[in-house]
Design a binder for this molecule. Structure first.
Ligand SMILES: *Cc1c(COP(=O)(O)O)cnc(C)c1O
Length: 399
């Protein structure tokens, strides 16, 4: 398995002239994809079929993803950001509205909120042990113009959805789940993405269901699904695939839509990856358990998100909270010296140049004190024991 992976990375480089992550200086990269015959054959099959977009593989993927999540509708899209944009538009977010979200987040939700004309209002995290958004701070941020909440299940650990659903219900707000980190995660036997009104997934190469670029929207709501389907494809009432099959001969345009569709090649890879998701999430869980056993509470370090009875996380990220006052740059440099790649999830959105001037007057004290201590460690399902131990040994040596 290991050799196959290295071999394919090397031949990919020969063919394309682009260095794979494996050939940069990292001995243990932050994340890695496995390339094997089944994936190659799935792509070749889609290519040889001669039908490259809006075809049977996308349709099959939507059915299988909906079944996997136990939800009525799954709509495949070009990427996770397109999923968020369509979800926000479909629930009616627009000019004059405010949408609540955590600042400790990937920027896609904030950007897409602004693309709808709405205003993002940033909220604080729960704490060092739970980096998800604080339900109490969400409630504190609600104003007369608040329309929706975007909850992001950080690292694949579901948010405190009981408090968030209760709040949304009481204050009449829509809940959009950014489940980019959380495909397959369970919260009280419900899949992440199916707990709120609409859920969004990303199939970017470093996510739990890696495809390259791709995404999915799930919902129980028939009207929302219909609106998303329209906006996904130019606001047109019938699709190429339907016309091809003789189901329709012409079309109308009933909304100013987009082309946010997924193509058949990506759907072909996604179908293979979906079949592997639960097994790969379980492999991630074992690695994070090991990190937790060795590192949690050692020399002032914390591994957040202690296991909970009614939650099965998707373990997208292995996050470490450094001891208070520890030099993060020095720590990351020490690991890099050993060939171990790390990252930070995330630089808070409210501090970015494009967002600072929005002048959100809300203070986010926990985000401010916890973020400088965050480091993300390598995590991918096929990590070898040697790679895992190299990480923990380097962390212990650097703290
Ligand atoms: C990756 C990611 C996205 C965006 O997904 P893309 O497929 O890259 O557009 C959105 N939100 C979060 C939390 C993500 O991690």
């Amino acid at each position: 398995m290991e050799e196959r992976r290295l071999e394919s990375a090397a031949s990919a480089t020969l063919e394309s002239g682009v260095a794979s992550p494996r050939e940069q200086r990292w001995i243990v990269p932050l994340s890695d994809v496995l390339v094997d015959d089944e994936i190659e054959q799935a792509v070749t099959g889609a290519v040889r079929s001669g039908w490259w977009s809006m075809g049977p593989r996308v349709e099959k993927l939507e059915l299988e993803f909906a079944h996997f999540c136990g939800v009525r509708h799954a709509l495949a899209v070009a990427n996770g950001t397109a999923a968020l944009h369509l979800a926000l538009l479909a629930v009616g977010c627009g000019r004059g509205d405010e949408v609540l979200l955590a600042s400790l987040n990937f920027v896609a939700a904030a950007n897409t909120i602004r693309h709808t004309g709405a205003h993002p209002v940033f909220c604080d995290i729960h704490g060092v042990d739970d980096l998800n958004v604080s339900p109490a701070d969400l409630e504190a941020a609600i104003g007369p113009r608040t329309r929706a909440i975007v909850v992001m299940h950080y690292g694949g650990y579901p948010c405190r959805m009981d408090a968030i659903l209760e709040l949304a219900d009481r204050r009449g707000l829509t809940v959009i789940e950014d489940a980019a980190h959380a495909p397959g995660a369970l919260w009280r036997e419900r899949r992440a993405g199916t707990i709120g009104n609409v859920g969004c997934f990303s199939f970017f190469s470093n996510k739990n269901l890696p495809v390259g670029e791709g995404g999915m929207i799930v919902t129980e709501d028939d009207a929302l699904a219909e609106r998303i389907r329209l906006l996904r494809s130019h606001g047109m009432t019938t699709l190429t695939w339907d016309r091809h099959r003789g189901h329709a001969s012409t079309y109308d345009v009933v909304a100013e839509g987009f082309n946010y569709r997924m193509d058949e090649l990506h759907a072909a890879i996604a179908l293979v990856q979906l079949g592997r998701l639960e097994q790969q999430n379980a492999a991630r869980a074992r690695i994070v358990d090991f990190y937790r056993d060795v590192l949690d509470r050692r020399s002032g370090m914390t591994i957040p998100f202690a296991p909970q009875d009614d939650v099965t996380p998707a373990h997208h990220l292995a996050v470490l909270v450094l001891p208070e006052g520890h030099d993060r740059d020095g720590f990351r440099a020490a690991l890099a010296e050993q060939g171990i790649q790390t990252s930070v999830h995330y630089p808070p959105i409210h501090r970015f140049s494009a967002y600072r001037h929005l002048g959100s007057s809300r203070s986010l004290p926990l985000t401010e004190v916890v973020e400088p201590r965050l480091v993300t460690l390598p995590l991918y399902p096929h990590m070898s024991d040697d790679e895992i131990c190299a990480v923990t040994e380097a962390v212990v040596a650097a703290t």
